[in-house]
Ligand binder design. Structure first.
Ligand SMILES: *[C@@H]1O[C@H](CO)[C@@H](O)[C@H](O)[C@H]1NC(C)=O
Length: 324
């Protein structure tokens, strides 16, 4: 009897707060968001032709479509893949310039490559493409969804989806992998073991591995089984180089992973997330979602329907939670 009341309170407290506000152009797909060092302007990059780019004076907007980052497409050529159709940008600042990692891939196959481009300003057309980072092909992983991180002064690349889920490799420079061997850092052994779109972020004493799990896209009137659509999970590690566990202490290489954000209200299938330390707002997680109303009224899934969402992350007992 008495147990019931705290249970109810817990259930209420765990409902997700709404996403933060957005004005202007609020479209995004697999977004990467970063603030320019020189003038504090925000840039948001998305999957699409030449990497669609939006900029804004703040996380909230007003966001403006400023064109394609690499309008001429990547110099990488893959059989049956349009080199202008570039996926999953990941952008970081290092050595006085911006590095953009990106993907060319034939959907649903392991015909994929991760490439890199650099720019001093991030303005459309200012990017110099350097082609592939030199990640070796392997049946155990798919070379998609790059997420760079510096740990102990060394460059690391996290990547992957399906097949063996999330892998990590040390890079000899921000442009090249070199001879290091990739190793698995997260895996869901169940059914289709879908994990992708990872993003690693240091906060306090831990490195946090955020990833998207579940079914991406194919969002039409037909609903996947409840909870099977895209959602965001998190794991943590002291070294950032493996040994990721979830909040129950379960290894993230053995189907561990703590739920951070799933469908709620108009936010259907949140994923493709990244994390940003914002000087005004604190730690911000940004992501894309498919508006529920659009999903309920469409018969064809369309990338143009995705939207940009963001929330401030709060921290409790060393774990992030989604704040308003
Ligand atoms: C692992 O995959 C199963 C089946 O798709 C899913 O129900 C479960 O939530 C996933 N677990 C994690 C930790 O991602």
């Amino acid at each position: 009897m008495f147990g019931l009341i705290p249970l109810l309170f817990t259930a209420l407290a765990s409902a997700y707060p709404n996403r933060g506000p957005c004005t202007g152009n609020c479209w995004a797909h697999d977004p990467a968001m970063i603030q320019r060092v020189s003038d504090g302007k925000y840039f948001r990059f998305s999957t699409g032709m030449g990497i669609p780019t939006h900029s804004s004076p703040s996380v909230k907007g007003p966001w403006t479509d400023i064109g394609a980052a690499i309008p001429e497409g990547s110099s990488i050529h893959l059989d049956g893949v349009d080199s202008k159709n570039i996926w999953a940008p990941d952008v970081h600042y290092q050595n006085d310039q911006y590095y953009m990692y990106y993907v060319l891939s034939k959907i649903g196959t392991q015909t994929s490559e991760i490439g890199v481009a650099t720019s001093k300003t991030m303005e459309p057309g200012s990017w110099t493409d350097h082609g592939v980072i030199g990640l070796p092909a392997n049946n155990n992983y798919n070379r998609i969804d790059p997420a760079w991180i510096s740990i102990g002064g060394k460059n690391y690349m996290n990547f992957g989806s399906f097949w063996g889920d999330i892998y990590q490799v040390e890079m000899e420079s921000p442009l090249k992998v070199g001879g290091a061997t990739p190793y698995q850092i997260s895996w869901n052994a169940t059914l289709n073991h879908r994990e992708e779109g990872s993003y690693e972020f240091k906060h306090g004493d831990y490195y946090y591995l955020f990833y998207s799990a579940g079914i991406a896209g194919k969002y039409t009137k037909t609903f996947p089984a409840e909870g099977a659509e895209y959602h965001i999970r998190v794991c943590r590690s002291k070294t950032g180089l493996g040994d990721f566990v979830d909040a129950d202490g379960k290894s993230c290489k053995e189907t561990g992973g703590t739920m951070l954000l799933s469908s709620h209200g108009q936010v259907f299938g949140p994923g493709g997330q990244g994390v940003l330390n914002d000087k005004d707002l604190g730690v911000v997680m940004y992501y894309h979602y498919y508006p529920l109303a659009t999903k309920q009224s469409t018969t064809e899934s369309d990338n143009a329907n995705y939207r940009y969402g963001w929330n401030v992350l709060g921290w409790k007992d060393g774990w992030p939670y989604v704040k308003s």
